[in-house]
Design a protein around this ligand. Structure first.
Ligand code: ZN
Ligand code: ZN
Length: 41
């Protein structure tokens, strides 16, 4: 599969907050501007 952010093919992980798929670089909510989590805490 490919990362939903950088579109790079490879191993991806599903974000538990927005349920999209991201590579290891972008799986953290802060790195893909996650819609499913509030970051202003
Ligand atoms: Zn990526
Ligand atoms: Zn997310």
């Amino acid at each position: 599969m490919e990362c939903d952010l950088c579109l790079q093919e490879g191993e991806v992980f599903r974000c538990p907050y927005c349920t999209k798929y991201f590579c290891s670089k972008h799986i953290q909510p802060e790195t893909h501007n996650c819609e499913g989590v509030t970051l202003d805490q």
